[in-house]
Design a protein around this ligand. Sequence first.
Ligand code: AMP
Length: 461
Amino acid sequence: MTYYGLFALQHRGQESAGIVTANGSGSSFKRHVSMGLVSQAFKDVDFDKIAGTRAIGHVRYSTTGSSVITNAQPLMVDCVRGQIAIGHNGNLVNAAHLRRELEQRGSIFQTTVDSEIILHLLAQPSEGSNVLSALRRIHGAFSLVMMTENEIIGVRDPHGFRPLSLGRLDNGGYVLTSETCALDLVDAKFVRDIEPGEVVIINDEGIRSEFPFNDSREAFCVFEYVYFARPDSIVNGVNVAKVRTEMGRQLALETRVEADIVVPVPDSGIYAALGFAEELGIRYEQAFVRNHYIGRTFLQPSQLIRDFNVRVKLNLIRELIEGKRVVVVDDSIVRGTTALARVKHLRDAGAKEVHVRVSCPPHKHACHYGIDFPDPKKLIANQYTNAQIAGYLGADSVGYLSIDGMVKATGRALNKFCLACFNKDYPVEIPDGAGKEVMSGSRHSLIPDPDPQAELFGKLK
Ligand code: AMP
């Protein structure tokens, strides 16, 4: 069941996949992790051999630590508290500091991921008498699933950066998941979201909650709605596809344009493009045809491969484009690579005008809480104005959704979101030197990034 659940969460990480199981209290944990997609990672596994009554699973998308098998999760240790396994979604901001401190006290780290720090804190009796006191030492973004010898524990950091939901199976079992689409797949009923700052402990006696953290302002990552979550998931009680469609409507109202057709960049721009087209009464055409057998481009570690993927991923139906005034809608522009390729494609196919519309505000700042945005210098909106970006992309115009418009589409209050990548308002302070580059073995330091865009950006200046 955990394996199936991971299939539903595949979009959240494609670098490695893993499961740890336990067959009844006190039994030895069994762990299987491997690089690649869930289907590849488990292709040779005999499920009877790792079957159990409890399990946690993880799919990885690296924001700290390189994309190697030693960093694959769930991580597992055998320590004074017994066996513990952990799966982490998010990014700790005090990781470098804690790791240094733990190493000075003799901890030997096996991986370069920040998540391992949590295990070391749990393993040190001096960290306090229980899991809750160890959890109070970590800062930043963390939605966790943990397994001990007789419990499954779910944790959401006090700001609730990343999602975590609870479901129930017909047989009475509980399911914790980053997204509700996994509940649908395993036939579990959605019960509720785990609250920011909540720790749920599930054992043979049932389920109970603790709230060990100080009160903090909720800061849910708005980018989950914009791009990251699957459209069929319910996040904070709202369906993601509906929010994206509404973002498209808001975008249309804010960046109105006369055009013949609205074309989404699939799949990320589909719902926003639908909303945009509906709002302005312009025909929606799915003119880009996607090759479904290629992973998300940004998960590829090197810029060279990323550019290749941009080209190989989509083809265009020329007949729908020729001589038309086209609005092309995507959810976000990060480096500008995708938008540049799409505009060129549309021009080559004979579009008369190309207007780029983006269903979130300009990305200007780094994310320290679990989304892999590059160095701000490579964020095109950090460096250039809309007019310059339009020039760079070869578009007739570029329009972004406003922060207010984006938040309005979610139906929630602005102060419940983390908007740091747009407005630099970081809900958790980023200690000096704490960032993804600090951890040894970060892929950002290991793999040279030739960045052909640097040259193009250079021309713009
Ligand atoms: P880029 O080509 O670098 O401008 O990336 C923008 C495209 O990648 C859009 O189509 C987005 O849907 C997608 N994307 C979303 N999140 C990220 C991310 N964290 N890093 C890179 N690309 C992303």
